[in-house]
Design a protein around this ligand. Structure first.
Ligand code: ZN
Length: 133
């Protein structure tokens, strides 16, 4: 794995969370994007090499809505950049990690992504992401 590409934070409402993070980070949100297949609206900030991704559910039954219901708002996942997502998925599978999707799927910010089951990563949801060519 390469660097931490971004940190995902679950929020109830982007309309209030975006201005709050703009104040906190002293930088402007540079992009918002709807990821329809994940039922989330996302907003991105760039802090040096690393991005912050705010996630708002677009559906009361979406994964982010259910996460907030269970745990409240807050840290949702850590995403690592990988050079070859298929190779990395294969390697992690061999190491006994459980992948939440068998094939890389399209994510926000023009990425291919795969999530690892947090049960096998000390409760931390890990995302692998690779730039789509
Ligand atoms: Zn993410």
């Amino acid at each position: 794995m390469q660097k931490v590409e971004h940190i995902g934070i679950a929020v109830k409402n982007l309309d209030t969370a975006v201005p709050l993070f703009e104040k906190l980070l002293n930088s402007l949100c540079y992009k918002t994007e709807l990821v329809e297949n994940e039922k989330v609206n996302t907003a991105f900030f760039k802090q040096g090499e690393t991005k912050i991704e705010l996630l708002e559910s677009t559906d009361p039954d979406g994964v982010i809505a259910r996460f907030i219901e269970k745990k409240g708002e807050g840290l949702h996942h850590i995403a690592f950049a990988v050079a070859n997502i298929e190779e990395e998925m294969e390697r992690l599978k061999k190491e006994g990690f459980v992948l939440l999707n068998e094939k890389p799927k399209p994510g926000a910010d023009n990425k291919l992504v795969c999530f690892l089951h947090p049960k096998h990563t000390n409760g931390v949801l890990i995302e692998l992401c690779m730039d789509r060519k």
